[in-house]
Design a protein around this ligand. Sequence first.
Ligand code: ZN
Length: 300
Amino acid sequence: MTGHRLLAAALAIVALVLAGCGAAGNRSPARSSAPDRSGASVAGAHHALASRQLAALRLPAHPAPRTVRVPILTYHRVHSFATEYTKSIPDETVEPATFAAEMRVVSRAGYRTITQAELFGALFRGRSLPPKPVLVTADDGYADDVTQMLPVLRRLRMVASFYVITGRLHEAGFLTPAQVRALDRAGMDVGAHTRTHADLPTLPLASMREEIAGSRRDLERVLGHPVAAFAYPYGRFDATVVREVRRAGFALAVTTQGGTTESSLASLAMPRIHVGRAQTAQGVLACLRAAGGCGGGGGG
Ligand SMILES: [Zn+2]
């Protein structure tokens, strides 16, 4: 990024903050200890903050073909099912102790969780990734993200991406805007998952745009910085939906299709590995090691 563009971006953020959109504080040690691949030489928390907040990840019009093997794990709820109070699907509720065991085993096996920016850098700029990279994701923006998942991730110095439904940010059981900012400050990625968890391919164009672009705007107002990541509700998308996701400014979007290879030519349709209730820590490890993952599935 040139000095001029950096300055312009910085001013834009200042304007956002002054407009009352909520400023993010300092980044956590977890994030700032992550490899900085921005190419700048300035070190420290301030730079980590700047590189993360100001550099919008924009899809190049004609990306060079490039693939990387980065398995992406999909979670929904991490919650004790016996105390379930929302209408969640059992297979999408992983017990807290099981989640902790899965993350521990993945970490001990040498896998390193990466951020959306690191994946973007690898796909579009040919940046190197740590050995055994993995992306941990959670859909739907349940409060569990902060109460159950975040403490485990912090303890193990891992990062994850959380896709939130912006129309539910004030509903019981879901993240509040303050909790979304807490995830962001803790070094996690927060992406959009539409406003109402709509079945996108069924919508008229205007509604589709409200769900996709609207959720990005909502989330950027909450976070005060650009949002690049998107997840398709129910994993449902078609060519029109993908076009609108691109048009809205997203650079990376995940599906519920199975697979472990990400491509610069299909960064808006990335496959994932569903982690269900019956999964075990060793099972998750086997999925990460399997050439094609363990298939997709799950609700998305
Ligand atoms: Zn969902």
